[in-house]
Design a protein around this ligand. Structure first.
Ligand code: MG
Length: 156
């Protein structure tokens, strides 16, 4: 068994579409980023890469690589899942927390769970997504951006 942890933050930006957990979430602002800015997927990718002892998302998908500009994060996750499988690991489970004041995560949890499970090719019971606010404190509370924390367990 190998445990992994991932964390990411992206700032809200005007004129961007909000993607979270591979799902389009209706919101006046999206997240800034070289990719589509899907902060939840990025945290999960780092958890998986960490558990596999394979570095981090920045090393595999550098934001200096112009070919990755605007890439859908679901494609990044699919490639990370491939890397993990190549190293001989299967994903036991993924648990994650999305921290933001807006939008509300709860109404989108099921869709995110389903999308993420499909990309990772694991049963949806092995994926758990939670939303959390910071009671108005910090950058999340000021509605400046979204943070995501993720843990995963891999089986060799
Ligand atoms: Mg990121």
């Amino acid at each position: 068994m190998r445990i992994g942890f991932g964390f990411d933050v992206h700032a809200f930006a005007e004129g961007r579409t909000l993607f979270l957990g591979g799902v389009l979430v209706p919101h006046p602002k999206g997240l800034a980023g070289h990719s589509d800015g899907d902060v939840l997927i990025h945290a999960i990718c780092d958890a998986l890469l960490g558990a596999a002892g394979s570095g981090d998302i920045g090393a595999h998908f550098p934001d200096t690589d112009v070919s990755l500009k605007g890439i859908e994060s679901r494609k990044i996750l699919a490639r990370v899942v491939g890397l993990v499988a190549e190293k001989g690991f299967t994903i036991a489970n993924v648990d994650a927390v999305v921290v933001c004041e807006v939008p509300k995560i709860h109404p989108h949890r099921e869709a995110m769970t389903e999308a993420l499970a499909a990309i990772m090719k694991i049963p949806r019971e092995r994926v758990n997504i939670k939303g959390k606010t910071t009671e108005g404190l910090g950058f999340e509370g000021r509605r400046e951006g979204i943070a995501a924390h993720a843990v995963c367990l891999l089986e060799e």
